[in-house]
Design a protein around this ligand. Structure first.
Ligand code: PEP
Ligand code: MN
Length: 336
């Protein structure tokens, strides 16, 4: 990081700024030119409060030369990370996974039926919401602990590892047997939740926020990784733009961008990105061609009666078609 000092700054002020950096465990290289003094700050500058620094009278400008995310950064970890999701299922580093299931767990029969059907069609993980972040407090909020129990029964019956969303760190004891914990878009910057998840050793499927940049998504991963849990899977689920025809706008460039910047795997969720069942297949194929490490698809046994997100849910038969076409794209990519 470089800090350019304004001309005319008193030596004593400069010394106190240098001490401020050193007190934070950083090395300071001072370069005094005719007109300007430049400080080169070396070390873990991720913790430096840039706004505070830029607000000082003596500081002309501050420029970062390295990224504030270290553990998620590909520069320090050139190999792709492969995340072990339970039951021998892996995501990343060449391993591709289809994650499928209903938006919310509605009953034992429903989740077990969908689990069987998506497994048959080629899914390797079962998803289902037990705690649902709904825009309206009057909408179905999920079956909570009971929903997790039902997911565990479906897991027992099919052998599929399960993915389900956490909304509050206090619920962590309920997630003991959950294979992958999802952090939903609305909680991407719930930093206290991220810190708690950093203390677990569960793989975390971290969804991009509705209006967050990719750099912010990387920083959220860094929160979890800084606590010791490095098992993160990114999930792009569309962002808010001026377009309203689709529920969100799927930012497919998230795949190559995140892969350029990070070693962590990237999964695409075309269901929440588009909000329309008819658009899920084309975007799933495009995401696969863009190099995604997996897809998360909402599948319901009877979408018209779904308690949540029926319009974007595929029937098991449509999911099977999708799985077949996705594997054709993957074969074509392997041949190329
Ligand atoms: C979900 O996956 O069910 C969900 C609520 O998605 P998102 O957080 O992306 O809106
Ligand atoms: Mn949903």
């Amino acid at each position: 990081m470089i800090t350019v000092i304004k001309p005319g700054t008193k030596e004593q002020q400069l010394e106190s700024l240098i001490k401020w950096f050193k007190d934070q465990g950083l090395d300071v290289h001072v370069s005094k030119g005719h007109y300007q003094t430049v400080l080169g700050i070396v070390g873990d500058t991720g913790r430096v409060d840039i706004d505070l620094l830029e607000g000082l009278d003596m500081v002309e400008r501050v420029q970062r030369v390295s990224d504030p995310f270290k553990k998620a950064n590909r520069k320090f970890h050139p190999e792709d990370s492969e995340i072990e999701c339970g039951g021998g299922v892996k995501i990343g580093g060449g391993s591709f996974a289809l994650i499928a299931g209903p938006c919310s767990v509605e009953s034992k029969e429903q989740i077990t039926l969908v689990a069987r059907e998506v497994k048959e069609a080629g899914a390797s993980l079962l998803r289902g919401g037990a705690f649902k972040p709904r825009t309206s407090p009057y909408d179905f909020q999920g079956l909570k602990a009971e929903g997790i129990e039902m997911l565990l029964e479906a897991k027992k019956e099919t052998g599929l590892p399960i993915v389900t969303e956490i909304m509050n760190a206090e619920h962590l004891p309920l997630f003991e047997e959950v294979d992958v914990i999802q952090v939903g878009a609305r909680n991407m910057q719930n930093f206290e939740l991220l810190k708690e998840l950093g203390r677990t050793d569960k793989p975390i499927l971290l969804k991009r926020g509705l209006a967050n940049t990719l750099k912010e998504l990387l920083m959220s991963a860094e929160y979890i990784m800084a606590g010791g849990n490095e098992k993160i899977i990114f999930c792009e689920r569309g962002i808010r733009t001026f377009e309203t025809y689709t529920r969100n706008t799927l930012d497919l460039s998230a795949v190559p961008v995140l892969k350029e910047l990070s070693h962590l795997p990237v999964v695409i969720d075309p269901s929440h990105a588009t909000g329309k069942a008819s658009l899920v297949l084309p975007m799933a194929l495009a995401a696969t061609a863009a190099g995604a490490d997996g897809l998360m698809i909402e599948v319901h046994n009877d979408p018209a009666k779904a308690l949540c997100d029926g319009a974007q849910s595929l029937t098991p038969a449509r999911f099977e078609q999708l799985a077949k076409q996705v594997s054709k794209i993957r074969e074509a990519m392997a041949d190329a």
